[in-house]
Design a protein around this ligand. Sequence first.
Ligand SMILES: Cc1ncc(COP(=O)(O)O)c(C=O)c1O
Length: 373
Amino acid sequence: MDWLRTELELLKEQSLYRKRLIREGLIDFCSNDYLGLKEHPEVVEEVIRVLKEYGLGSGASQLVSGYTKEHKALEEKLSEFKKVPNCVLFGSGYLANLGTIQALTSDKDLILSDELNHASIIDACRLSKAKVLIFKHRDYSHLEELLKAHRKDYRRCLIVSDTVFSMDGDVADIKVLKKLAKEYDCMLYLDEAHATGVLGKGGRGGLEAFNENWEEFMVIMGTLSKALGSYGAFVCGSELFCEYLVNKARSLIFSTSLPPCVCAGARKAIEIIQKEPERVSKLKEVSEYIFKKLKDLDFEVLYHHTPIIPLMIYDERKAIHIRDSLFEKGMFLQAIRYPTVPLGKARLRLTGSLRYPKESLDLLFSYMRDISS
Ligand SMILES: Cc1ncc(COP(=O)(O)O)c(C=O)c1O
């Protein structure tokens, strides 16, 4: 098994070696807990209440005996929040993408996928037997060219895009995607992992932000693990579509369901967002403030009015060096490198969040000033 060491040495030489860093004792500036809900007292209290009632695990998959009223209540809350008729839970976003995309397509079908879609979509496309064509990032003229040239050769077609792209923070044009999907008789699959709780006035996601309504050909996937502060994922669609998923999505059928207390925490988080929609606009303000401060320090910062605010470093070695020096000072900004982003496009992951006290942000800016000078 010496080859394992050789492979790891190669990664080290390329500055692409990864290790897990324990984050306790550090100020975490790169989590996806955008709205600060994972530690919200009402969320924690609800989780404890349900934990005491049900115990820890769900005990089985949804179709055996792992589907409880807590799962159902969360699905209903998500449908109401996303304004889509029905919803099905999955164990994680990765599993939701794998199971749903596989269930919707087979060898007679075509998938058109944005080149910067999340790895779980890429893997889902690989697992499906469909023909997969990649369109240039947010280049909808390219998407239309591909549709014109290839749509007619396939039975069904699925257009897939992240709504907010996880590593750049930019946003897909939902209006154009919807129009093209309709025109070319395609299904439109939106991954709203980073859009849920973030986009739109009420944090409902891409449809709210673009003033669009859900229509039957659309599939809205999202995670509970980002702004909702929990764990797991969901897929929303028509009643018929959800019934189909329950029967066909292998990652739902063959995997233990979420613990009921995890569902309860996510449900409470949505209730808080609905009660306090100002959290969403405040997140925008915080993100913009961080962006402006860092821009003033001459950092190259990407900002698209979402809480994903990457600090572009490009060189992998340098990104690790900056991450490590911030780490020593008690700040956690992870270095994101290939294959999460293209080679030579390394960056520090910095996210806006309602969790940061002003003193932590001031400390961050003062360390960043040292680095920039
Ligand atoms: C766009 C996108 N989709 C899917 C996932 C996977 O979600 P999860 O972490 O729940 O598996 C992520 C998260 O990392 C993501 O950023």
